[in-house]
Design a protein around this ligand. Structure first.
Ligand code: DOR
Ligand code: ZN
Length: 343
């Protein structure tokens, strides 16, 4: 059995830089035509020039003949100016801007400390129809880590959309029923991306027979009831939900340590993982919408030409990619997926 769909895109991806970029970019370029590239480098991508330079480095890291297209984003800080964001949008340097609440996750220290500090930027983005990608978690250490997404909705997202009702928002990597309910109730200008890990894991995965660093990402995986709600939304055919892997590689030395980094490297078998979820839900016919159609529609970009094909055949995910301190553990390491990507 084979499944052929229009070439898909990844609407949330970390490609890193330097040697790591060269290692991981080919995996995404093999499966996806385009991806929204997260700007949380060190230092972050805050200027249009930095975005253009980073895009050139990504292009240089692609396998020969690849037609993969990186869609760049701006990293918002307390100092970002509206005209800077608008100019970079108008000249094609970036397609979206990313809101990291300061301290919420990897390389977010220079993010936004208070949404009030970027009001003028949000007003400009609303005016020009530019997408705001949001890491939706509050950073208050007094809030339970499993509640940070739900609290962010009440404290930040709802008031922000009340002030800027036309702002296009992608609520990235949603993990909760609260997130699903919020997106469904919001206007057409609000959508969400969904990762493979939040479709496949609940929070028990973090502690299965021991502490599991390779199941740790942010927002952290939640209770089973939340996974089921996210799964139902992603596989429902609702165009507000689309594919965004949040593939976030960290070397073994960063993941397996006294203070392990957040991030799951799922790029190598991303489509196989999503296909498995849609098959389990009995809606393989909806994978194409989720992977290839809903994202472009929301971002006002053309649908891709061409197709990719998945075969109903086992794929064994390797335990590890590379060696030693630099080794990468892929999502679902050691497991067998039911689908095989053949191009
Ligand atoms: O798990 C995560 N890893 N979540 C994020 O928000 C950032 C990402 C990273 O860059 O490592
Ligand atoms: Zn991310």
């Amino acid at each position: 059995m084979q499944l052929t769909i229009r070439r898909p895109d990844d609407w949330h991806l970390h490609l890193r830089d330097g040697a790591m970029l060269e290692r991981v970019a080919p995996y995404t370029a093999r499966q996806f035509k385009r991806a929204i590239i997260m700007p949380n480098l060190s230092p972050p991508v805050t200027t249009a020039q930095a975005a253009r330079d980073y895009k050139s480095r990504i292009m240089a890291a692609l396998p020969e003949g690849s037609d993969f297209e990186p869609l760049m984003t701006a990293y918002l800080t307390d100092e970002t100016l509206p005209e800077q964001i608008a100019t970079g949008h108008a000249d094609g340097s970036w397609v979206a801007a990313k809101l990291y609440p300061a301290g919420a996750t990897t390389n977010s220290a220079l993010g936004v400390t208070d949404i009030a500090n970027i009001r003028a930027v949000l007003a400009e983005m609303e005016k020009i129809g530019m997408v705001l990608c949001v890491h939706g978690e509050v950073t208050d250490p007094a809030i339970d880590v499993f509640d940070r997404e739900a609290v962010f909705i009440d404290k930040v997202l709802i008031p922000t959309l009340a002030d800027f009702p036309g702002l296009k928002v992608v609520f990235e990597h949603i993990t909760t029923k609260d997130g699903v309910d919020f997106v469904m109730a919001a206007g057409e200008n609000v959508a969400a991306t969904v990762t493979p890990q939040h479709l496949m894991l609940n929070r028990n995965a973090l502690f299965e027979s021991g502490l599991r660093p390779h199941a740790y990402c942010l927002p952290v995986v939640k209770r089973e009831e939340h996974r089921l709600a996210v799964r139902e939304a992603a596989t429902s055919g609702n165009p507000k939900f689309f594919l965004g892997t949040d593939s976030a590689p960290h070397p073994m030395s960063g993941k397996v340590s006294d203070c392990g980094c957040a991030g799951i490297f799922n790029a190598p078998y991303a489509l196989e993982a999503y296909a498995q979820v849609f098959e389990e839900e009995g809606v393989l016919d909806r994978l194409e919408g989720f992977a290839s159609e809903h994202g472009p529609a929301f971002y006002d970009l053309p649908l891709n030409e061409g197709t990719v094909t998945l075969s109903r055949a086992p794929t064994l995910v390797e335990d590890v990619i590379g060696e030693g301190a630099d080794a990468l553990t892929p999502f679902l390491a050691g497991q067998t997926l039911g689908w095989h990507f053949t191009e």
